[in-house]
Design a protein around this ligand. Structure first.
Ligand code: GLY
Length: 435
């Protein structure tokens, strides 16, 4: 039986832990808080700072881990994988050098450009504000400003959305320069976004079903950006607005980026390459890469993974992905997050919630909730994710929605994620773009 140290304590890590356990592993969790689901399935649980590598190493040594799975972006970017490798514990997550794929927007744009890989927008990296205004004008006022570092999903601002004119773009670029000394400014794409995550052993990439996440807090894509309110994936592993050709384009970009990463750094990327793509009138373009599983996207894929997950993890670590058939069930999945009222700006905290009658078959994954003697209590972020699985999106959506309705307490969720009405809007938009 493999002993796996799992770093992180969100819903993402809950489903990773569940899938490892189902695949025959013993899970030992190192997290900054006690996730009720992980507590239940773990053989050992250590609460510690995710940046405290000495503490993490002590735990890993004590449990004699065969390998590690590092879930969240921050410890990966800070070098948790390097720290574990110093103990000869390999991870399903990249070393710091290649984790720059996520932690540095300029690194990735420059890499894609240098190796002639398609997908980049028009972009420039600035180290001072000289020239910023001219470039924003050259882009016709349709621009994206990206702080060059991990900003908890809040570093990217888009014209016509967060920033209303050139002056606001210049002001935000200056803020980023002060914070990080570097800012990336790029052309804004119009189209439909999708996530395509791939297992990567440094050489081979194996893609998972395509998924669409929903960033905005409220129905109709209104309200502030969040960590992701819910996501869906269709039974054919496509999305209703994508063609097989779109997936092939995205797959090819990821494959070439993995190869370029090695050529550029001499380090193999072993872990999850999570591409944020957008289907446009002119084909697929790259928005960004993350160097980990997406949350909520991971909850659309791991529950339908048919291949033993421990085998997949070991193939990633040992460079054996080419000899493993990685298969997913032909099922539609809809994931919906229940979040505290007031989320994301002013979430209620410390209030009790109760789950009464989650429908059979719906998967429940805990995120920011504490299990106390009085019951489940909200922290200040996304609380619980529910995943409906069905033969059709309609069936999966109904299951996820009825699980969300079963939560009693000061919470809300997006009712429109995965519904036929919202998906039709996406399809219509793509049709009008592509003619
Ligand atoms: N789905 C958004 C993220 O994981 O960053």
């Amino acid at each position: 039986m493999k002993r796996v140290i799992l770093v992180g304590n969100g819903a993402r890590e809950h489903v990773i832990g569940e899938t490892l356990k189902k695949s025959g592993a013993q899970v030992f969790t190192y997290g900054k808080a006690r996730n009720p689901g992980l507590l239940e399935l773990s053989e050992g649980y250590e609460v510690g700072d995710l940046k405290d590598f000495a503490h993490m190493q002590k735990f890993a040594r004590a449990v004699q881990a065969d390998f590690a799975f590092v879930g969240p972006d921050d410890p990966i970017a800070d070098g948790a994988v390097d720290a574990l490798l110093a103990l000869e514990i390999h991870s399903v997550a990249p070393l710091q050098t290649v984790a720059r794929l996520e932690s540095s927007k300029s690194f990735t744009r420059d890499l894609v450009a240098k190796y002639g890989i398609p997908g980049n927008p028009k972009f420039k990296v600035f180290y001072e504000d000289n020239g910023v205004e001219d470039f924003l004008k050259e882009l016709g006022g349709n621009y994206v400003v990206k702080a060059d570092g991990l900003m908890g999903g809040k570093g990217v601002k888009v014209s016509g959305d967060h920033l209303k004119d050139i002056a606001e773009g210049v002001a935000y670029a200056r803020e980023c320069l002060t914070a990080a000394g570097r800012v990336v400014i790029e052309e804004k794409f119009i189209g439909q976004e999708f996530s395509l995550m791939s297992f990567c052993d440094g050489v081979h990439t194996v893609e998972m079903p395509a998924i669409q996440d929903h960033k905005r807090a409220f129905d109709g894509d209104l309200g502030s950006n969040t960590g992701g309110m819910g996501s869906y994936s269709d039974a054919n592993h496509l999305l209703p607005f994508l063609s097989l050709g779109d997936i092939e384009e995205a797959r090819e970009i990821t494959h070439r980026v993995a190869k370029a990463l090695f050529e550029e750094t001499g380090v193999l990327f072993k872990g999850i390459m999570y591409g944020g793509f957008i289907a446009t009138a002119d084909g697929v373009r790259l928005i960004e890469y993350n160097a980990r599983f997406g949350d909520p996207e991971v909850m659309n894929v791991l529950p339908i993974l048919q291949t033993n997950f421990v085998d997949v993890c070991e193939a990633v670590i040992h460079g054996d992905l080419a000899s493993l058939k990685v298969e997913f069930a032909a099922k539609a999945t809809v994931c919906k997050y229940v979040v505290p009222n007031g989320y994301p700006e002013n979430p209620v905290k410390g209030q009790k919630i109760e789950l009464e009658g989650v429908p059979a078959g719906v998967r429940t994954y805990y995120s920011s909730v504490d299990k106390t003697p009085e019951g489940l209590v909200l922290s200040s972020s996304r609380a619980i994710a529910f995943v409906g699985i069905g033969d059709t999106l309609a069936e999966a959506e109904k299951l996820a929605a009825s699980a969300c309705d079963s939560v009693k307490g000061p919470v809300f969720y997006r009712k429109d994620v995965g519904t036929a009405e919202l998906i039709q809007k996406r399809v219509d938009m793509m049709k009008s773009l592509r003619g």
